[in-house]
Design a protein around this ligand. Structure first.
Ligand SMILES: Nc1ncnc2c1ncn2[C@@H]1O[C@H](COP(=O)(O)OP(=O)(O)OP(=O)(O)O)[C@@H](O)[C@H]1O
Ligand SMILES: [Mg+2]
Length: 294
């Protein structure tokens, strides 16, 4: 990796974020989290706890309203920015359920996305050469053990769940985001594909020193992608944070053992996170950047 890329420090700061649907259903109830270049954060949490909503709100999805709190990217507030403006700054979302886009090939879609990012940051910069870009994409598809034909096919059209997840990682590898949000990138992948995808995430992370937010239900992917921090989300809040040991503890004990604390935490969150009484893995106190400020 070049020193210049490595030395660039980007940060996504989520401060006391509350969000609800347009109908007033409250989903995010005060999220505090900071993701910096080079850091890998994993968020785990039961179905319906708000993980995907958090990702979508961070990308500016129009279905959700931010009612309190703010989002900062490199110290500048981005709470009100449009999704494309956030993408141009270097934010990327790998969807839990990637959609089909009929009539737009993956290579055209990504070339336009890449050029839009390049131009947004420097209007005089040269756009990518279509031929070179196609070669890069084919190479990425090969790395992910995907058939080359995927790059010339309509985005995700007729693709299986696992193929769609690989295609999300091709997108990430080509776009080279500063901060990547990967929502259940491991779901739907077979055992071999999981290793391949994890390797590509690690490569992209190392090459660009990106910050990564990895949402997952399973400890397994964390055997291949080592998170610096693991957070548990419940009812739209991060109720506990720790190291990768926390994920092992979750796998062993399930969410039920964390839930009572979650209910207490609804009113009286106090970080640094306390470890679960009687557990063998003590959760280390969080660095200052991760503490809540209620
Ligand atoms: N646009 C919406 N309209 C109505 N309800 C919504 C909407 N978006 C999210 N929800 C609800 O908010 C809750 C959180 O949803 P979300 O998809 O963020 O959960 P999740 O933690 O990602 O769950 P999973 O682990 O199953 O992916 C769910 O109960 C969901 O039904
Ligand atoms: Mg989800």
């Amino acid at each position: 990796m070049s020193t210049s890329k490595k030395s660039l420090q980007n940060s996504l700061e989520i401060k006391y974020l509350h969000a609800e649907t347009q109908d007033g259903l409250k989903i995010l109830n005060g999220i505090n989290l900071t993701i910096k270049s080079g850091e890998i954060h994993a968020i785990m949490g039961p179905n319906g706890s708000g993980k995907s909503t958090l990702c979508k709100v961070l990308m500016g999805h129009p279905k959700y309203k931010i009612t309190k709190g703010k989002i900062l990217f490199n110290d500048k507030e981005i709470t009100e920015l449009e999704p494309d403006e956030r993408a141009h700054l270097g934010l990327f979302l790998g969807f839990q359920h990637p959609l089909e886009i009929t009539g737009v090939t993956l290579s055209n879609f990504l070339r336009h996305a890449k050029n839009a990012c390049i131009k947004a940051n420097n209007k005089d910069a040269k756009t990518v050469d279509p031929g070179d870009f196609l070669k890069t994409m084919k190479k990425k598809a090969q790395d992910l053990k995907m058939d080359e034909k995927f790059v010339s096919r309509s985005v995700n059209e007729g693709s299986s769940g696992g193929e769609r997840k690989r295609a999300e990682i091709v997108q990430m590898a080509v776009i080279e985001p500063k901060i990547a949000l990967l929502d259940e990138i491991d779901s739907g992948l077979d055992i071999d594909a999981l290793k391949i995808v994890a390797e590509e995430i690690n490569n992209a992370h190392q090459k660009n020193n990106s910050g990564i937010l990895l949402i997952t239900h399973y400890q397994r992917i964390l055997n291949y992608i080592k998170p610096n921090f693991v957070h548990i989300m419940h009812a739209g809040k991060i109720i506990q944070s720790g190291t990768s040991k926390l994920a092992e503890e979750l796998e062993e004990k399930g969410y039920e053992n964390f839930r009572p604390k979650a209910e207490i935490a609804q009113n009286t969150i106090s970080f640094p996170a306390r470890s679960h009484a009687g557990t063998k893995n003590k959760v280390k106190p969080l660095p200052k950047a991760l503490t809540t400020n209620f």
